[in-house]
Ligand binder design. Sequence first.
Ligand code: ADP
Ligand code: MG
Ligand code: ZN
Length: 528
Amino acid sequence: MGWRERWREMGLPVGIGAGLAVVIFLLFQGLDLIPWVLIAAIIYATIQLGGFRSLQHKITKTVKNGGKAGVTFEDVGGQGTAKKELLEALDFLVQRDLVKKLGIRPLKGILLSGPPGTGKTMLAKAAASYTKSAFLATSGAEFIEVYAGVGAQRVRDLFRRAREMAKREENDSAIIFIDEIEVLGGKRGQTNSHLEYDQTLNQLLVEMDGMNLEEGAQVLVMAATNRVDLLDPALLRPGRFDRLVRADLPDREGRRQILEIHAQNKPFAAAVDLDAVAKESFGFSGAHLESLTNEAAILAMREGKEEVEQGHLLEAIDKVIMGEKLERRPGKEELRRVAIHEGGHALVGERLRPGLVANITITSRGGALGYVRHAPQDDMYLQTKDYLEKDIAVLLAGSVAEEVVLGCRSTGAANDFEHALATAKKMVLAGMSEAGVVSEEIIPQSRLHRMVTGIIALQEKTARAILVEDRDILEKIAAILLDRESLSGDNLRSLLARQELPAMKTSDGGDVADLDALREVAAAGAAD
Ligand code: ADP
Ligand code: MG
Ligand code: ZN
């Protein structure tokens, strides 16, 4: 605790008491007190209102009206899944009468997560204009101050303002957007400086819990973070941020869409091939692509051209990579390995549990190079042995696929193994192994280890059998991933269905060409 806070906490009452005594004493002396009182009042006001004033300043600075700022969902490219999930969630705000009639607890918080520059702020603004809500934006860092209690005060103030603004708007609703929420919403008790963070977070939880109890204005809190893992679990409980929407790095098609959006206000030459630019800008976020189009226009201007040409765009890719210290697109071989690894997870997943895969992508997002998203499933409280075994087989499939196709494994599967081992251990401790019902305290480590590795080896066999049998499908999936960077679960399933009914290949004209093209890609990929 700093000296200022201590002074504010203990010194103030003492100071006021002493001040009063002096004033009374001086009054008895018959002195002219007016100038002194004025000076004291000014000093007091400065100290007392200092925190409050900076608060006022900061919030008014960030108040924008989403509706009038005019960002709409059309301005956000390549975030199909995120947009769809958001629109579903926002129906709560749009169909408020129905929600009330059915007695549904209104949605209070949506958390947007994903790497920087993927359009989270844009999505929040678009949500405000879509729901015709007032929009208040702030950032987690603005709540953290040296003065104790100021953060909590700011949270209170923010919600009060949101309610006020909502009442002024036609639709009686407001969206509060808190960027970088991990700064104020980190796990409580972890920062060792003082309790300021905790107080602020507590206040946020209190405000969210009490929200919308009164009639009238409806407030929705949207927050953005790229570190969901740092958030206090209390924030993610039902009634708080109970919708999680991911904004991932865009794939090739997504990047093309984003480039198209940012090309709108610039004269692009007719020969410009945005798809080729998209292909070359692997790993770029929306913000990178915006700066790419801008750099390209600058290059065109330097050359005295009136139109942006393909060469400018390709040169701008390098400028952005250098400027942002972005990693270069991973090597061809590495990408192919990632594609085969993810293809392995997806293929075994779909074979063992049809309908499992929602999307496969090899666009790097933060740590993991690729990723298979599973379709949302019903909550499960009990898992059968069969279910857990399949889980393990799917987890091992990435690494096994690398081995089957490329002849060796890589370090990319460490995380998969960790999960597989944990699942296998859970099985042993649940009495699902040959050891029967065991107690973790009593079973010797070596025995536990033997049981766990036995389960793993068996499931590795299952995964390998599928991947050896379906090897050419696996290669095809990898080829598609290399080409388009992502493959939806539905497309994967139709690929599998076609494979099983070879007769359909000829009846389906368009797809024959498609498959042929893919085979070429596959052949090219295998050649190098
Ligand atoms: P985030 O909040 O995820 O860090 P922003 O929404 O602040 O990203 O995006 C910053 C800028 O990058 C935007 O103003 C826009 O120009 C560009 N941008 C980012 N994502 C997209 C996208 N999906 N579509 C179009 N432009 C985007
Ligand atoms: Mg942002
Ligand atoms: Zn994996």
